[in-house]
Design a protein around this ligand. Structure first.
Ligand code: CP
Length: 301
């Protein structure tokens, strides 16, 4: 089976650091052309702006050609074709598959039936490893290091696949965590158990106030309406947090606000003009990291 990126655990610490270093080279030299004989598929069974477009930009900047879909409703999935058949068939067309799917575990399953590498671009509430690598890249870019970083994760920590992947990746670098979430959206026990086993400290809070000034990274997340089965539950928690510029007056000078995006109401627009806002540059970094992941999985770097 070819090497895929489904969970952040699929890469060792050394591989993670290698990807970050290659991404840094690509940021300095954005146009490479060594994949001109490759075809890459982007199969998005769930909406996306950044992940799909940055993967496609990355593939184009490496010289590869891209096929795929952003709406499975226009494919034979709507006629009842299974994920297995779709993946097996696309495997015969391309050199690498990038897939987003609403079901937890679907990406692992796809990698087991594919004959080419698969990159998980997000599977349900489970994992989003390319987002995690770009988050690590951005943390290192803003803090000058990955070790001993104090991260406050805020918002939907229950369904947020980006925080789950990031927590696991940061476990290589002796972090400290604060988890700020309403009771309904707390960090699931399996991730807290993981930290306990690794001896990594964390505290849980429900209010943002009083928990911003000591962090290096404030990792905001959206409450994800699409993950709720009960609309009333979503209504109850959707506006729990709203970060405004006035809340940042005593933040550490090195502190940066990250967000996987899209944002809704959890970061007010006035935050964008503060020196702490870094989420648009974070999204740009996605191109360089995804160039590095593609190059690595295809055996070029
Ligand atoms: N961060 C992220 O996954 O954004 P998209 O949903 O727009 O791809």
């Amino acid at each position: 089976m070819p090497k895929s990126l489904i969970s952040i655990h699929d890469f060792t610490k050394e591989e993670i650091l290698h990807i970050l270093d290659v991404a840094q080279e690509f940021e300095q030299n954005k146009c490479q052309n060594f994949l001109s004989d490759k075809v890459i598929a982007t199969l998005f069974f769930e909406p996306s702006t950044r992940t799909r477009l940055s993967f496609e930009t990355a593939a184009n900047r490496l010289g590869a050609r891209v096929i795929g879909f952003s709406d499975a409703g226009n494919t034979s999935v709507s006629k009842g074709e299974t994920l297995k058949d779709t993946i097996k068939m696309v495997s015969n067309y391309v050199d690498l598959i990038i897939m987003r799917h609403p079901l937890d575990g679907s990406a692992r399953y796809a990698s087991e039936v594919a004959s080419v590498p698969v990159i998980n671009a997000g599977d349900g509430a489970n994992q989003h490893p390319s987002q995690t690598l770009l988050d690590l890249y951005t943390i290192r870019q803003t803090q000058g290091k990955l070790t001993d970083i104090n991260i406050n994760m805020v918002g939907d920590l229950k369904y947020g696949r980006t925080v789950h992947s990031l927590l696991q990746a940061m476990s290589h670098f002796s972090p400290k965590f604060t988890f700020t979430a309403p009771d309904e959206l707390k960090m699931p026990d399996e991730y807290k158990d993981f930290l306990d086993r690794k001896g990594i400290p964390y505290k849980e809070e429900t209010a943002m106030e009083g928990n911003i000034n000591d962090c290096d990274i404030l990792y905001m997340t959206r409450v994800q309406q699409e993950r709720f089965t009960d609309p009333m539950e979503y209504e109850k928690v959707k506006n729990t947090y709203s970060l405004t510029a006035s809340m940042l007056k005593d933040a550490k000078p090195n502190m940066k606000i990250l967000h996987p995006l899209p944002r809704v109401t959890e970061i007010s627009q006035d935050v964008d003009d503060t020196p702490f806002a870094y989420f648009f540059k974070q999204a740009e970094n996605g191109v360089y990291i995804r160039m590095a992941i593609i190059a690595y999985l295809l055996g070029y770097r």
